[in-house]
Design a protein around this ligand. Structure first.
Ligand code: ZN
Length: 363
């Protein structure tokens, strides 16, 4: 939507089941359609809340790329490295403004709905318990927004209150330490809510579980970002790879591709890089036009990189060109290749090993 990849977290699919279960326990009946409608209302309210954050982020020059919606909050991934080197004073001020944008949107929506319902003559109904109830959808719509305001102000990272807390920590600590401290506080709050649920309201357990998942997601995104920014291509590039020649026929090329794990091949004449081609492209060309030469179907426009480039720069090149391979060159000589497949693999491995190193350093 609007250039942003919108994803739903698995907990969103648990939500209708959870509502059905609580309704059934309370009244021994439940209406599946209305339960789904309530889950839909919560989804729409979270979406509006996250739009508030993303619009504010745009004003600060951050381009939202993807958002993962949870029933309480969203985890947004931005295109540019989020933590560009900038004065710490600017960072925490910006973070606090970004964090407040979401709750302000939710508060405004709640006010608007309250005004509409009151104008239609059933205003008294808004303040009756239980506030969130599948049988009372307009009331639920107002309260879903109000709950988003109240709950998001909890100091549980990555909820908005937790972001403000992290911004305050970041005034005296470096960002990754500030984030880790905010995440530990958040995990403690999540545990308290999860265990308090059975003794009071099962919604508390649901909120605790969501905070726990969101904190995990956000922490993983941060580790990935640091891998992207700090790892050089020479650390992950493939140095043992198959190449094709422009004079190869497509059938020869396919034969070579069968014996290799690669999905993408650099095309080399002598020691010159002249193109790139994917296994899929070879297959498609063979199907469409029969046998021919690699020369005719290879991609002649491609980006090259150097050993010292960061993974984030490689990712950007791959996505802007919509290609899946980048040759790594040194003095115009091909020294390695980086493919999308190989980047994904190494990212996961590197993120895991960083996490292990960090856990070791902490214990
Ligand atoms: Zn928020």
């Amino acid at each position: 939507m609007f250039g942003v990849d919108v994803r739903l977290h698995l907990t969103f699919f648990l939500l209708p089941m959870f509502i059905f279960w609580t309704e059934y326990n309370a009244h021994h009946t439940a209406n599946g359609t209305r339960d789904l409608a309530l889950a839909g209302i919560i989804l729409a309210c979270v979406g509006a809340h996250e739009c508030g954050h993303m619009l504010a982020a745009r004003r600060f020059g951050l381009i939202p790329k993807a958002v993962i919606l949870l029933p309480l909050t969203g985890v947004t991934l931005y295109d540019e490295p989020r933590e560009k080197p900038q004065p710490a004073t600017l960072f925490w001020k910006r973070e606090i403004r970004l964090a407040l944008a979401g709750p302000l949107v939710s508060l405004a929506l709640a006010g608007l709905i309250a005004a509409i319902v009151t104008a239609s003559g059933s205003g008294g109904d808004l303040w009756k318990w239980p506030f969130l109830q599948p049988a009372r959808l307009p009331r639920s719509l107002m309260w879903a927004n109000l709950y988003l305001v109240i709950l998001n102000l909890l100091p549980a990272y990555p909820l908005d209150g937790g972001r403000i807390l992290r911004a305050v920590f970041s005034r005296t600590l470096d960002l990754s330490t500030a984030t880790r401290r905010a995440v530990s506080i958040s995990t403690a709050i999540a545990m308290v809510l999860i265990f308090a649920g059975p003794f009071s309201d099962s919604w508390l357990t649901m909120v605790g579980v969501i905070i726990f998942f969101a904190a995990q997601l956000e922490e993983r995104a941060l580790v990935f970002q640091s891998v992207l920014d700090n790892v050089r291509l020479e650390e992950v590039m493939l140095t043992d790879f198959a190449t094709l020649s422009p004079a190869d026929t497509l059938e020869d090329a396919l034969e070579k591709a069968v014996h290799s794990l690669q999905d993408d091949f650099p095309v080399v004449r002598g020691s010159d890089m002249v193109g790139v081609i994917s296994r899929q492209r070879i297959l498609d060309a063979l199907r469409a036009e029969g046998n021919g030469y690699v020369q005719a179907v290879m991609n002649k426009i491609f980006e090259v990189s150097v050993r010292q480039e960061s993974l984030s720069s490689a990712f950007r090149k791959l996505t802007t060109r919509n290609s899946s391979i980048i040759p790594v060159v040194e003095d115009q000589r091909l020294v390695g290749i980086v493919t999308l497949q190989n980047l994904m693999h190494s990212m996961t491995l590197l993120a895991e090993s960083r996490k292990l190193q960090r856990d070791e350093a902490e214990s």
